[in-house]
Design a protein around this ligand. Structure first.
Ligand code: PMP
Length: 316
């Protein structure tokens, strides 16, 4: 789908996957004017195809487009385009329980612009790929390292939207962490360097007894759709949930820590290393709360339990 600045996107079309042509001075290539989304299609045991809360991705893209001076497709256009793309790629959706189809919508300033300004034209496209687990550990615990020098977002910046540049900012810290054997990086706030923010591509939660705590969304953390869903699932299962500033010191006496995201779903954290000191959780096993929330969410997403929240969109 394409449109000019100040206009609305017109109806899109399906195209075979392949390279796209861009001007060397396209807004996305020079000024990072791009946003993406990520969602998954699951195959249900009866063969149906299920999407998980696609309108939430559409709304987050719209919010991001506003921050990045871009037009965006309407919620209806977004959801219709996702459905059409998934149906056209049905053969790539793994059998029930064997993985999912990852869907990557991408909105970009595709028009040529030399001086710093929003691009004159925009392209919205969607591509897909079958996926298994994001972390090679699967539901086995991941090991994080607290990053104290580099930050993924600063107040007033673009950390709260899913713009491409946020991911460029994490590459160095993430690669260094992986080279040392960690699964990923846990970021702190860039002002006081004391409060938990999130991981490179997922949100973080800590568990203490019946209480589940996660950093509040205040512009520097991506408002994850899995995060929001896990909060509702946890509340419905009788947990107490707090969204607030979470000091890095609270990691020391947490019972469990887990991460959430479309790609990672719910990933239990086995250890967190901060300034050379390693704290372990759940006897290096999978914490019971993490496991319970993982099961509740995945069985909903795969159509194994009743969708009381109205989150599932069936495609057939
Ligand atoms: N934080 C960041 C930085 C992310 O890239 C993602 C993945 N989209 C998330 C959190 C989790 O968001 P969601 O649950 O919507 O996938």
């Amino acid at each position: 789908m394409k449109c000019s600045q100040g206009e609305n996107f017109s109806k899109g079309e399906l195209q075979r996957f392949g390279n796209i042509e861009l001007s060397p001075s396209a807004g996305i290539l020079n000024y990072g004017q791009g946003l993406f989304e990520g969602l998954k299609a699951y195959r249900k045991h009866d063969g149906n195809i299920l999407l998980f809360r696609p309108e939430e991705n559409a709304m987050r893209l719209k919010m991001g487009a506003e921050r990045m001076c871009m037009p965006s497709p309407s919620v209806e256009q977004f959801v219709e385009a996702v459905k059409a793309t998934v149906l056209a790629n049905e053969r790539w959706i793994p059998p029930s329980g064997k993985g999912s189809l990852y869907i990557r919508p991408l909105l970009m300033g595709s028009g040529a612009v030399l001086g710093l300004a929003p691009a004159p034209e925009y392209t919205f496209l969607i591509y897909v790929s079958p996926v298994g687990n994001y972390f090679k550990e699967g539901l086995a615990p991941i090991n994080l390292v607290v990053e104290t020098e580099m930050h993924r977002a600063t107040p007033g910046g673009t950390g709260g939207v899913k713009t491409v540049g946020n991911y460029a900012a994490v590459l160095k810290a993430q690669s260094a962490a992986k080279a040392k054997g960690y699964s990923d990086v846990l970021y702190l706030d860039s002002v006081q360097k004391r409060y938990l923010e999130e991981v490179s591509s997922c949100n973080v939660f800590i568990v203490k007894g019946n209480l589940i705590v996660t950093p509040a969304i205040k512009g520097t953390i991506l408002p994850g759709i899995t995060r929001k869903s896990i909060i509702d699932v946890a509340l419905s299962q009788g947990f107490e949930v707090e969204e607030r500033l979470v000091s890095v010191d609270e990691l020391l006496d947490a019972d469990e820590v887990f991460c959430t995201g479309t790609a990672v779903v719910v990933s239990p954290v086995g250890s967190i290393t901060r300034q050379g000191k390693r704290v372990t959780y759940g006897n290096n096993g999978v914490g019971l709360v993490s496991q319970q929330l993982y099961s509740a969410l995945t069985s909903l997403q795969m159509g194994l339990t009743e969708d009381r929240m109205g989150w599932i969109v069936e495609l057939k």
